[in-house]
Write a protein that binds this ligand. Structure first.
Ligand code: SF4
Ligand code: SF4
Length: 169
């Protein structure tokens, strides 16, 4: 089996057309990789992902776990000498991956928590008690504590098919 990667300029252009106009500005200095807390504990390399995007290596990027390793902390964006909008580009590529049915399992889990409880991080009892002790309602007036907002939110998840994508049904 050949290991030759086939560049797809149309894929790189689709990222630029979708809003990633700074993709071409990257000159591969590696400052982003050196700034990335996620890369310290995983094999994820920001510079490499951006290079693959420039080359249009769609089949390397869209199904890959690397695409989901970024925590969107923006350390790389703050330090990039070329003002590449790295996080925006990663999010654009995640949207493209999701449209093809790819999503990291951990992200699906977060989505399922949101669908079930209205929050990505479920409310803990001690937080509820703290809120009450401060004269607040036990649950915040968001999807967590507002039944109508939660029903509306679930409807949106259903209509967009997001619930099925994350295995919420
Ligand atoms: S810091 Fe900016 S210019 Fe340097 S490799 Fe990363 S994206 Fe490219
Ligand atoms: S925003 Fe993402 S890619 Fe950039 S440093 Fe943070 S985790 Fe790494």
């Amino acid at each position: 089996m050949s290991n030759v990667k086939i560049p797809d300029p149309a894929f790189a252009q689709s990222i630029i057309d979708a809003g990633g106009k700074t993709l071409d500005l990257c000159y591969q200095c590696g400052t982003c990789t050196g700034s990335c807390p996620s890369g310290r504990t995983t094999a994820f390399r920001t510079r490499q992902l951006i290079r693959k995007a420039q080359l249009g290596l769609k089949d390397d990027i869209l199904p890959s776990e690397d695409l989901w390793m970024c925590t969107t902390c923006y350390s790389c964006v703050e330090r990039c000498p070329r003002d590449v909008e790295i996080v925006d580009i990663i999010i654009l590529m995640r949207n493209m991956a999701v449209a093809k049915g790819y999503m990291a399992e951990d992200h699906k889990k977060v989505g399922r928590s949101l669908l079930k409880t209205g929050a990505t991080v479920p409310m803990a009892d001690n937080i509820r008690q703290l809120r009450v002790s401060m004269g607040l309602s036990a649950d915040p007036p968001t999807t967590v504590g507002d039944a109508k907002a939660m029903a509306d939110f679930r409807k949106i998840m259903e209509k967009t098919g997001f619930d099925k994508l994350i295995g919420g049904q």
